[in-house]
Ligand binder design. Sequence first.
Ligand code: PMT
Length: 226
Amino acid sequence: PPPMANDALQVVITAGPTREPLDPVRYLSNHSSGKMGFALAAAAAASGANVTLISGPVNLPTPRGVTRIDVESAAEMNAQAQRLATTAALFIGCAAVADYRAESAAAHKIKKRENSDTLTLTLVKNPDIIAGIAALPADQRPLVVGFAAETQDVEHYAREKLSRKGLDMIVANDVSSAELGFGSDDNAAWLLWRTPDGTDSEHQPAQSKTALANVIIQRALSLLPF
Ligand code: PMT
């Protein structure tokens, strides 16, 4: 939906990892630090937008002017994303959402078993947060930008995710090296976005996450229909 007259553009961004509880003291998660998503929130706020950042557990200060909502699990992140996305003009899913959670988190600490060397956990699929936002009815749907964390054939898998999840734009980063992607201060990416007659793409070489975030925000804003 377009912004109201004289009102700032509403932008919702997810960042960081999710934490999927196994029992009261343990969880499944990943190495996302939140740096890329927080840099996007800072860049969007600096460009004048009204930014809400839905963040998994990270150790980062909230960027100036940004409203932050802390969540833990994918289910909590999904609920906040669903609640906020229908009034946003732009939604960016930068969080590393766990694809699976434990079928049921144990109420008490899982005990080490003396009679077996293995422990089997049953995992069930989490909702695909960004695909849910992209599937909203047209009059409630923001422009949707996703990320793709790949370790090979980055552009190929990004193109596939752009179309399968129904996104308008995707930022595909190669997370196979330690200097880029998860946890690092720098990143490199392919940007792919839909055009009236197909897909355009642009490669962004290694640079600070702050610099890359500015490029991503400017590209995303240029795709808004107003
Ligand atoms: O946080 P940093 O340390 O700075 O690292 C940044 C990053 C590498 C985590 C970031 O740049 C990045 O790539 N984020 C997406 C990570 C990811 O989960 O990628 P994916 O290819 O598994 O997911 C594709 C897209 O679907 C993403 O937009 C993701 O937010 C979304 N998704 C995935 C699963 C799920 N259940 N729901 C989702 O919305």
